[in-house]
Design a protein around this ligand. Structure first.
Ligand SMILES: Nc1ncnc2c1ncn2[C@@H]1O[C@H](COP(=O)(O)OP(=O)(O)OP(=O)(O)O)[C@@H](O)[C@H]1O
Ligand SMILES: [Mg+2]
Length: 191
């Protein structure tokens, strides 16, 4: 996939499909190019036997086609940068998917449109509480639907197009302020 945000959209969607009431999406970047993406939910979880096979493309509970590719591709992308994927899950409790990427690696896709992706996830499931936080050495972009609902009151739905536009703009501005510059591709390498 061309952008990490598209992978994230795919993997976070699993949390919503699993009936989560709360989804946390946490991105942490250090000064050395390492990015950790943690997606934590309180959805239905996975049994140990299923979990052991879940990054194999033939493991799916989909009924429309036989292969599930979200997690296998996510793992592949993380590993291609020298990083890793780790999944912890408990039936009836929830799931945590942690991926590590080396952003300076030539095979690491760009971050993509995180602001639009998060706004889209929230708009699509306005009743699920989402906490998004992206921390870099330069700053933090953050949005909490619980806080937003407190400010907006009960009359406004997070599915409204105006709210979508607002969330996207709000996060875009914060993302721009927190963005870390990566060295140009010609100076990358050594991994
Ligand atoms: N957060 C989660 N909670 C519960 N089950 C999950 C979670 N994430 C994945 N799964 C289970 O693992 C399976 C494989 O997930 P994966 O994203 O790889 O493929 P998919 O969702 O089936 O298909 P695709 O992502 O290609 O549309 C899912 O069908 C689902 O049963
Ligand atoms: Mg999926």
């Amino acid at each position: 996939m061309k952008e990490l945000s598209l992978h994230l959209l795919d993997v976070a969607k699993n949390s919503f499909t699993a009936g989560a009431r709360h989804v946390e999406i946490i991105l942490e970047e250090d000064g050395a190019g390492w990015l950790t993406i943690t997606i934590r939910d309180d959805g239905r979880g996975m049994a140990p036997e299923f979990l052991a096979r879940v990054t194999d493309p033939f493991t799916t509970t989909r009924t429309t086609r036989k292969v599930g590719l979200g997690l296998p591709l996510y793992r592949l992308t993380a590993e291609q940068t020298g990083g890793s994927l780790d999944i912890e899950s408990e039936v009836g409790v929830g799931t945590t998917v942690t991926a590590r990427f080396q952003r300076r690696h030539l095979d690491c896709p760009p971050l993509g449109d995180m602001a639009g992706t998060i706004a889209l996830l929230i708009q699509g499931s306005p009743d699920v509480e989402v906490l998004y936080r992206h921390t870099t050495p330069r700053g933090t972009a953050e949005l909490s639907t619980e806080e937003l609902k407190e400010i907006l009151g009960d009359d406004v739905s997070l599915a409204e197009p105006e709210i979508f536009a607002w969330m996207q703009d709000y996060l875009t501005e914060q993302e721009e302020q927190a963005a870390v510059e990566l060295p140009p591709a010609s100076l990358q390498g050594g991994f």
